[in-house]
Design a protein around this ligand. Structure first.
Ligand code: NDP
Length: 260
């Protein structure tokens, strides 16, 4: 049991990668707090984790782009478990595409607000308790779009590049406090987010869904989607004692599509 006695807070834990992380951590003995905006989804994941793994699990609704909503969720987690989280997984995120000249202010702000501000708000809320205890893990689910650009995702890529800057700076700031801060950079993962990307390609280019999916898969040298469980497995390593020497890193889980 690699996370026995630890409390993990997973944002965007209601589905996709966050859900897989919640289960992976719970199977290793962690108490888990699952937060996102959709109450039914976070409730189902918390109940599933309790049922399958027999650990303590709670859910809370939270919009990570709203600083007050973040403060409320962190307060409920500390109240429920008796202290703040040892492990924070900043996984909540959104991804939409548009040519940059048709990226309106709302699209731009939405991506910065959820993907970057949200990661900052949760990090700032979680760190004091970690520093006080002299142990903590912050794991930011960024993207290979945090390392390289691509057409039609200027807002998303800008927000994820920002997450890497935040990751590296905070990692250095708390390096002597027993807290590690890292980013995971997945390629396309088999989740609703990728399903929506396929739908968008279908709608905008007239390709079939199967063709759009094949094109997405072919962006990876492994010619496949990453699974949420593969991302969760890396999160588990970073969260565990074995990962204590890894900090300030941005690690790709992308089948080799980005080699830096
Ligand atoms: P999903 O769309 O399946 O899940 C996203 C999760 O984030 C949901 O639980 C959603 O819940 C939550 N979320 C979205 N907005 C907010 C918000 N404002 N406040 C709180 N929670 C929010 O996507 P994935 O699981 O695929 O993505 C997870 C992360 O991985 C994201 O950061 C994404 O950018 C990143 N990623 C994904 C890739 C992919 O190919 N799928 C590739 C690279 C990175 P709700 O809507 O209920 O709030």
């Amino acid at each position: 049991m690699r996370l026995e006695g630890k409390i993990a807070l997973v944002t965007g834990g209601g589905r996709g990668i966050g859900r897989a992380v919640a289960f992976a951590f719970a199977r290793e003995g962690a108490s888990v707090a699952v937060v996102a905006r959709t109450a039914g989804e976070v409730e189902r994941v918390a109940a599933g984790v309790r049922g399958e793994c027999g650990v303590r699990a709670m859910h809370a609704t939270c919009d990570v782009s709203d600083v007050e909503s973040v403060a409320r969720a962190f307060a409920v987690v500390a109240e429920t478990f008796g202290r703040g989280a040892d492990i924070l997984v900043n996984n909540a995120g959104i991804a939409e595409s548009a040519p940059v000249t048709r990226t309106d202010d709302a699209h731009w702000r939405r991506h910065l607000a959820v993907n970057l501000d949200g990661t900052f708000y949760c990090t700032r809320a979680a760190l004091p308790a970690m520093i006080e205890r002299g142990w903590g893990r912050i794991i930011n689910v960024a993207s290979i779009a945090g390392k390289t650009g691509a057409p039609y995702i200027a807002a998303y890529a800008a927000s994820k590049h920002g997450v890497l800057g935040l990751t590296r700076s905070v990692a250095l700031e708390v390096a002597l406090k027993g807290v590690t801060v890292n980013a995971i950079c997945p390629g396309y993962v088999d989740t609703d987010m990728t399903t929506h990307a396929v739908e968008q390609i279908e709608a905008k280019t007239g390709r079939t869904a199967a063709d759009a999916l094949d094109r997405i898969k072919s962006m990876s040298p492994q010619n496949r989607l990453v699974t949420p469980e593969e991302v969760a497995a890396l999160a588990l390593l970073l969260a565990s004692e074995d990962g204590r020497g890894i900090t300030g890193q941005a690690i790709n889980v992308d089948g080799g599509s980005v080699l830096f």
